[in-house]
Design a protein around this ligand. Structure first.
Ligand code: PTJ
Length: 250
């Protein structure tokens, strides 16, 4: 890591750290060709949010965690960016929730699957975590999707009732909702189709969300899912936050 990125007191430390993690993942062959473009779009929205967890995102995070904690078959779906940016933190979350993770990538190749599985298994061993890592041998398909991106595990995504899918694409989010699942997404873009399709949309940066969830679990701050939770209102509050930021800059 460069000197600047290694210094936690640097004002851009978190952002540089995330970029560094992506660079390392790229070298290991874990990422899709468009991974850095997707990250750049996320960074632009994060800038507009003030690179912070806004109050409505925290409410959505609490609701998502409550739903995961009370689910019968929860699962966390992982793609290349998620494993690169927060692989360790996500495995700790799955360990605490006692749920499996499943690698389910949009641009699926055997080489990428091997690199991602290898990376996660290394973390799991090092951190001594008890987490089932699915995805190597898909034996089911998500109905309504074409090609390899529909492949999934019966015991994981296919049979899940509540699924956390950070950085999801709109089509797959829609297909998972159509399967009757409660779909929880993390997406910095409140205007994306994914954000609008999901049951719970956390408009926040992935690594901040997972860290918040782990802290809530460690401090026993997990409530029951709220009956009055309004996803559209959380999305609207993110848009209002961005609009206020832009008008104050103009
Ligand atoms: O590993 P694969 O093959 O599954 O591919 C993963 C990517 C992310 C490349 C693929 O799913 C893709 O192209 O995604 P999109 O359609 O560009 O959507 C990514 C969304 O995630 C965008 O709306 C970004 O704003 C958002 N995003 C990017 N980085 C972050 C983020 N949201 C939260 N935290 C981030 N760090």
């Amino acid at each position: 890591m460069s000197k600047i990125a290694a210094d936690p007191s640097h004002p851009r430390y978190q952002s540089l750290l995330m970029r560094h993690r992506l660079e390392e993942a790229e070298k290991k062959g874990m990422l899709a060709g468009s991974a850095l473009i997707a990250h750049g779009r996320g960074e632009a929205f994060d800038y507009l949010l003030g690179e912070q967890t806004i109050p409505s995102a925290l409410i959505a995070t609490q609701q998502a965690l409550a739903l995961l904690s009370s689910a019968n078959h929860p699962v966390i779906s992982l793609n290349g960016n998620v494993v690169a940016l927060a692989g360790k933190e996500v495995l700790h979350l799955a360990h605490q929730l006692k749920c499996p993770v499943e690698i389910n990538i949009f641009y699926r190749t055997p080489e990428r699957m091997e690199a991602l599985l290898g990376h996660l298994n290394e973390i799991k061993l090092r951190e001594e975590l008890d987490v089932e890592i699915l995805g190597a041998e898909p034996d089911a398909r998500i109905p309504g999707l074409e090609g390899p991106r529909a492949n999934c595990s019966k015991r994981g995504i296919f049979d899940s009732d509540v699924i956390l899918v950070p950085l999801e694409d709109g089509d797959r989010c829609e297909a998972l909702v159509a399967m009757g699942k409660t779909v929880l997404v993390i997406d910095l873009n409140p205007l994306s189709r994914t954000a609008r399709m999901a049951s719970v949309t956390i408009v926040d940066e992935l690594s901040r969300v997972i860290t918040n969830m782990n802290k809530m679990l460690l401090s026993d701050k997990v409530a029951q899912p709220g009956d009055n939770y309004q996803n559209a209102q959380c999305i609207q509050e993110a848009l209002t936050h961005i609009a206020t930021f832009l008008s104050s800059e103009g």
